[in-house]
Design a protein around this ligand. Structure first.
Ligand code: NAD
Ligand code: ZN
Length: 345
């Protein structure tokens, strides 16, 4: 079968021919219908060899959907031909966190070396993929896999991040989304669907700001140093109730910190890193909660898919064939995609 693999540190991923995998006991093989292109893939492919821990060659793709094609020994309650989305943050299924569906915070994944598809295990950018357990399949039903595959990460991750701040997003509140890419443009829609907060979006690219308005942001601003003041002015200088930062580099950390109000939430979802001023006399707002959530829970994936079924969220997708997948990554790297790129094998 064909697969898109990251094979050499620092080089672009390649389409290669590899053996079609067979499902072992307890596993399920999917004939892949769609695979989403995430900036996290670009992040891991930018790492130097000393920091790269995902194994080589790596079949990419941690957003996946497919048709159940072959069922391993002992797997019950699912049938060949069913259309499924893949829950990606695989855990052990046994610990306290996994028992409540929060496999994204599995306490044993490190010990047992359990890794997500496309981020260690072979991913969805191939004609077929192996899912380690039927527990990690969520029925898509009538939802179009191509338009909805990215909800498994670009929907689930912002959903999980926003759910943790719902208490603060009462009517009259203001929420800010920094970075209107794959995740950010879905975050805006989730905020509009779940809360009555005013939604403000920031990006460095004008086309992304137009997309932000199209999907429901009430205000948009170029992401530059003066933006913190412009956003604060919308709140009469009080500051905003929650910032969701899908970039999280030093520039956006500073921006977020410059606009969040006392007792607000500062939620860092992007794969950046930097420093925040902390402490009572640091000049930072008081009693702010800073969180760095990772992906989301199994039940939250059901909830996100239901938001799509009810028409509340819609992923803006750009479709590529598997042969063209390297060019999708090239465009992602150059920030030339709008919404999410989806590979259809
Ligand atoms: P993307 O490339 O689709 O979007 C990134 C957006 O950020 C683009 O619109 C870009 O114009 C914008 N941007 C870049 N610099 C900016 C700045 N200084 N200010 C404002 N906007 C800026 O990326 P994506 O796939 O949506 O992923 C977003 C981030 O989330 C990535 O860092 C990714 O690794 C991370 N991520 C985290 C999790 C998690 O579990 N927390 C899950 C998936 C992705
Ligand atoms: Zn991702």
């Amino acid at each position: 079968m064909k697969a898109l693999q990251y094979r050499n540190i620092g080089q672009a991923p390649e389409v290669v021919e590899i053996d079609t995998p067979e499902p072992g006991p307890g596993q399920v093989r999917l004939k892949v219908t769609a695979a989403g292109v995430c900036h996290s893939d670009e992040y891991i492919m930018s790492l130097p060899e000393s920091e790269y821990v995902y194994g080589l060659p790596l079949t990419l793709g941690h957003e996946g959907a497919g048709i159940v094609d072959k069922i391993g020994e002992g797997v019950k309650y699912i049938e060949e031909g069913q259309s499924m989305a893949v829950y990606g943050p695989w855990g052990c299924g046994l610990c306290y966190e996994c028992s409540s569906g929060r496999e994204n915070y599995c306490r044993n994944a490190g010990t047992y070396g359990i890794t997500p598809p496309g981020l260690g295990a072979p991913g969805s950018m191939a004609e077929y993929m192996i899912v380690d357990s039927a527990r990690h399949l969520v029925p898509l039903g009538d939802l179009d896999p191509v338009r909805n595959v990215s909800l498994t990460d670009a929907g689930l991750t912002p959903y999980h991040g926003i759910k943790g701040s719902l208490e603060k997003l009462h009517s009259g509140a203001t929420a800010v989304v920094i970075g209107v890419g794959g995740l950010g443009h879905v975050a805006i829609q989730i905020l509009r669907a779940l809360t009555s907060a005013t939604v403000v979006a920031l990006d460095i690219d004008e086309a992304k700001l137009n997309l932000a308005s199209d999907v429901g942001a009430q205000y948009t601003f170029p992401s530059e140093a003066g933006a913190a003041t412009m956003v604060s002015d919308l709140t009469n200088g009080l500051g905003v109730d929650a910032v969701f930062d899908f970039v999280a580099n030093q520039a956006t950390l500073d921006l977020g910190q410059g606009m969040v109000r006392h007792q607000g939430d500062h939620v860092l979802l992007g794969a950046g890193a930097g420093n925040l001023k902390m402490g009572l006399v640091s000049g930072a707002a008081w009693d702010v909660s800073v969180r760095s959530p990772y992906w989301g829970s199994r039940s939250e994936l059901f909830e996100v898919l239901d938001l799509a079924r009810s028409g509340n969220i819609r992923v803006h997708t750009e479709v590529f064939s598997l042969d063209d997948a390297p060019s999708a990554y090239e465009k992602l790297k150059n920030n030339q995609l709008l919404g999410r790129a989806v590979i259809v094998p």
